[in-house]
Design a protein around this ligand. Structure first.
Ligand SMILES: C[S@@+](CC[C@H](N)C(=O)[O-])C[C@H]1O[C@@H](n2cnc3c(N)ncnc32)[C@H](O)[C@@H]1O
Length: 243
């Protein structure tokens, strides 16, 4: 079951207006160019922002996303026909041979279930051509990002065209080892509707991901920093070995 923020149509429609600054994707676009990627699979593509940026650059993009409402937002965007959209996740892909697979905006952390995480790594590897790369980010647990997920620190009123000023905030529900659960609340101005979305993220240690990648037959090329969030993220660049 998708978190309500991705799977509820009213909330999925707010995803882009509430977070319009996608400069986090610049580093991924630079990596697609650096690796000469002509075909890219974006796993957990959400509302399709990255897949559409790739298509703008003439790259063949495939976006896979389990939350139907988010994919509906993607499919309705101008130019969406240039992208191949797939309902599902990396465990349900048709045969592909992409140069690059990505998980932007901490998708890896949303895959909290260990079995699903392993099946995702296996599915991504199967979708890559030999020599292709998997690139994804995950928050460094040592930075304890969840400590700022309080109403006081996160409250925002955002003017959304056609909707009005939507108030949002996060509130931490539980920290259970590597699992962090929080609730996001949305207040709509027109009808005063209050919607909530509960999410659980897994904060994985660098060594844990290194071992997971090795276990699935990837060669770890590099762990980079996220230039827009220096010191806060691990950006893994892993390669499917040549056949
Ligand atoms: C924070 S959003 C990021 C969306 C998009 N990558 C972006 O950059 O805007 C996290 C996304 O991960 C998706 N997701 C959750 N579980 C997933 C899974 N098992 N496989 C792929 N995507 C998943 C969610 O539905 C959601 O769209």
């Amino acid at each position: 079951m998708a978190d309500e923020c991705f799977g509820d149509p009213r909330l999925a429609a707010l995803y882009d207006p509430l977070d319009p600054d996608r400069s986090d994707l610049d580093a991924y676009l630079r990596m697609a160019a650096e690796f000469g990627a002509r075909r890219v699979l974006d796993i957990g593509c959400g509302t399709g922002v990255f897949a559409l940026l790739l298509a703008d650059r003439g790259i063949e993009a495939v976006g896979v996303e389990p939350a139907r409402a988010s994919l509906d937002v993607a499919r309705a965007k101008p130019g969406a026909a240039r992208v191949r959209w797939i309902d599902g996740d990396a465990t349900t892909l048709p045969p592909l041979r992409v140069d690059l697979a990505t998980m932007t905006a901490n998708v890896a952390q949303a895959i909290a279930d260990p079995d699903l995480w392993h099946r995702t790594l296996r599915g991504a590897r199967a979708a890559l051509r030999p020599g292709g790369r998997l690139v994804f980010e995950t928050r460094d647990p040592a930075r304890r990002a969840w400590e700022k997920w309080t109403r006081e620190e996160s409250f925002a009123g955002t003017d959304v065209p056609g909707v009005g000023t939507v108030e949002t905030w996060h509130r931490l529900s539980a920290v259970d080892g590597p699992l962090v659960t929080f609730r996001t609340t949305y207040v709509f101005p027109a009808d005063g509707a209050v919607l909530t979305s509960d999410s659980t993220l897994r904060f994985r240690e660098r060594q844990e991901i290194e071992a997971d990648l090795a276990g699935h037959g990837y060669e770890l090329e590099e762990i980079r920093d996220a230039p827009d969030r220096p010191g806060r993220e691990f950006v893994f660049v892993a390669r499917r070995p040549d056949a």
